[in-house]
Design a protein around this ligand. Structure first.
Ligand code: ADP
Ligand code: ADP
Length: 233
């Protein structure tokens, strides 16, 4: 069964008397282990789709099934629970706690999961090791480079062993060389079997994914395998 299955989802924002149709009828199925890029011009609905897929928001109409669970009509509290269990988020701006060490940032999602402090630290260290940052565990974000901060954020996204990693413009604040290093890390996570969905407007970055979904005006304009990377598989 697919990890993600949306059926004819729409999203309508009401602003006074105006209705904005951010998503019109989006049907998409993503299998475990896929690496997908969502692309499209500004305003095409990428963030809206990402927010729904990430259980931050629900569709106005249509159904969204995540890992066999219909999440499309869940309450905010139920969504928060699903989100904590199933989804690892990576953001353009890293979203790390500035006063907390790398280790404590990575361990944060485990607090909700109810692990003991020693277990949280052991798991967080393991996750930092998987992104090559075990020697930076005691550093705070302002003592790390942009690429290292994003690695900490990726370690935090992985620490709960989520069903999917959702990355929203993960290289948007990084220079070109560092962006490609982060994409090499995503490739390694893909090879290990992680399911990755990333939003990007950069063709150079989307090229690393194995499937490219292009949105326009709230509709899927195209959904194609990325033959550029097919040779690495
Ligand atoms: P993208 O991420 O591709 O730039 P968005 O999903 O952010 O696109 O936006 C799609 C459309 O929905 C745009 O017209 C945007 O202005 C509108 N929109 C997005 N979020 C909201 C919101 N919270 N309230 C009203 N309109 C919104
Ligand atoms: P991104 O850079 O990821 O495309 P946006 O700048 O489109 O993000 O949107 C940032 C946030 O503002 C999102 O949470 C989106 O839902 C909200 N938003 C976008 N457009 C509007 C709008 N027209 N009115 C209100 N909120 C909006």
């Amino acid at each position: 069964p697919p990890v993600i299955e949306t059926s004819d989802i729409s999203k309508v924002y009401r602003m006074g008397t105006e209705e904005i149709h951010a998503l019109r009828s989006v049907t998409i199925r993503i299998q475990r282990g896929e690496y997908v890029a969502f692309m499209g011009p500004s305003g095409s609905g990428k963030s809206t789709l990402m927010n729904i897929v990430g259980c931050l928001d629900t569709p106005t109409t249509g159904q969204y099934v995540l890992n066999g669970k219909d999440v499309s009509r869940m309450t905010d509290n139920q969504l928060a629970d699903v989100r904590n269990r199933e989804i690892g988020f990576v953001f353009q701006t890293f979203n790390l706690l500035p006063r907390a060490t790398a280790l404590d940032n990575v361990a944060l999602p485990l607090i909700y999961a109810g692990y003991s402090k020693s277990e949280r630290e052991a798991r967080a260290m393991e996750s930092l090791r998987s992104v090559g940052l075990e020697t930076r565990a005691k550093h705070r974000p302002n003592e790390l480079s942009g690429g290292q901060r994003q690695r900490v954020a990726i370690a935090r996204a992985l620490v709960n062993n989520p069903s999917i990693i959702l990355a929203d413009e993960p290289t948007g604040n990084l220079d070109t060389k560092t962006s490609h290093e982060i994409m090499d890390l995503f490739e390694a996570l893909y090879v290990k079997g992680n399911t990755i969905i990333m939003v990007t407007h950069e063709e150079d970055i989307a090229r690393y994914s194995h499937r490219i979904v292009r949105l326009r005006d709230g509709l899927i304009e195209s959904d194609l395998p990325n033959h550029d990377v097919a040779t690495h598989q």
